[in-house]
Design a protein around this ligand. Sequence first.
Ligand code: DCP
Ligand code: MG
Length: 614
Amino acid sequence: MSFSIGGGGFQGGPKGALRDFGENVDDEAKGQVFNSEVVLRLLSYLQPYWRHMVVAFVLMVIASVVSVIIPLLIRSAIDDTIAVGDLAGLPPIVLAMLGAFVVLYLSTGGQQYLLAFAGQRVLTTLRHKMTEHLQRLPIGYHDTHIVGVTISRVINDVAVINNLLSQGLITLVSDVMVLLGIIIVMVSLSPQLALLTFTVMPVMIAITIWFSNHAKTAFRQTRATIANLVGTLAEDIAGMRVIQAFAQEDSAQFKFDTANRDNLDAHVDAMRLSYVFLPSVELLGMIATGIVLWFGGNAVAGDALTLGTLVAFLSYVTRFFIPIRQLSVLFTTMQSAMAGGAKVLELIDEVPSVADKANAKPMPPIDGAVDLRDVVFGYADNEPVLHDINLSIAPGQTVALVGPTGAGKTSISNLVARFYDVTSGAVLIDGVDVRDVAQRSLRAQMGIVPQDAFIFSGTIADNIRFGKPEASADEVVAAAEFANAHDFISNLPDGYDTEILEGGVNLSLGQRQLICIARAVLADPRILILDEATASVDTITEALIQDALDRLLSERTAIVIAHRLSTIRNADQICVVQAGRIVEIGTHHELVAGDGLYRTLYERQFVQVEADLA
Ligand code: DCP
Ligand code: MG
């Protein structure tokens, strides 16, 4: 018994089923390594932990200096004691080395701890900020953004930023410091050997540039493919019922496998680069060591160099390549952090298309008059789906919106709840333009019973008091009684404390509807928007729901996207919507007496049913 075939529901507009989930590919294509705006803004999140960062920085400087000093101690041990046969000087040097290692150990450990401490807190703050903002963003945003990708933003992208802020920047500074320190010490120990070591540098620079360029593409690819994978998975899980119903497991699996394989290929590519690059750096280090050993050995034999200096030098050559290797890996971390950071900031900066005015006042207690005046509205610019809507509802009246699917019924109700703003014209409640008041104060006085009877995980009582968390147990029971839900709830083993699983799957659809009605009853809104569910339930439940709805609708202004004949008949006004326009308005008797769309729809859908029932 339905005037419209299939309903849009309040939660979601039509979402493109087959979309490319890797929406961040284009942005990452820029592959920026450093975006000062992104870094500065992200750094501001570290500000509350500046003390931690300062201490971490100091510890980092200490660790860098100590690590540069240790080979000098070895040199001293060889040249000043072992080589001259004066072993008395050896123990202090060994002790000094031990001390240096302890300092290195403590400073590195402390630094890691402080960075992790601050980094994890920034991560938490960013996630808080993002979800807070997501809640502020209008339904229009959520209707047009892919759930999986948004989740990926809040979880994955934030984690890359954490890598950058906590580890990355400090590693960058410390690597550069160590590198400079080593170069200075090497040059001062033996300029000739230092120059010989640096002969491998051009090759080193060349392969680093090669690696970075390829890594840019490879890592971009891994991130794009993982976004696609998450998106595909999220959609498959959400659509599992349909997949199984149409026995399309194989094609869904194939689609997922394709995404999965793309991700694998991207990772293998990226890893292959590392397999080539890192050993190449290793090899260059070996070549440099060979050069130093050869020329340095000759120099020691010719008394141009002390043995200790040679040993220290060899140690520096080995160390020299560690920061270089780390820096090139860091390079890719920075790239993903810049791309991820830009995405995170974009979300935080997203300007709500439905926003409170600066001087928005709270909506005064609502009496219940609703007026739509010359309303034009479209979801996309220049594509109006509602034209010249004029509708006036007196306080306490029930208006039934009927009409073919896609006519604009849900859209009209979306405007009254201000989920969207009109393109032109105005929606007035008690004569107040809904755009002039604070959204939350407006919606707090409105009740919405969505078509899909959305239930949260938690207990039944939690769900009923969702709109009024402070409600007492008695109030919850009273609301359930009013909504005809009390009987079935009391028959459950745990009654009102029954734990509901995510999506309310352990309740029947009819039970979920009754709970949603109880939720609206408890909130006692002055204006109620009801998207009647079309799903049929058994006749007893149907009667319970009907009875509950009748009581819920009386005494308040109600806009009902109606499918039940009884709701339509009892309505004070029936508003027939077709192709975005109100084509007929009147009571059931008036409209049936006419010969418009209502009468056609009525005869086609209900007369036969009534005859059957008679
Ligand atoms: N529309 C859109 N973007 C959205 C929601 C809807 O472009 N996020 C379009 C689809 C329809 C038109 O707006 O062409 C009207 O959609 P409604 O959801 O308002 O239609 P109804 O509620 O009348 O249809 P149904 O009975 O199927 O729920
Ligand atoms: Mg609809």
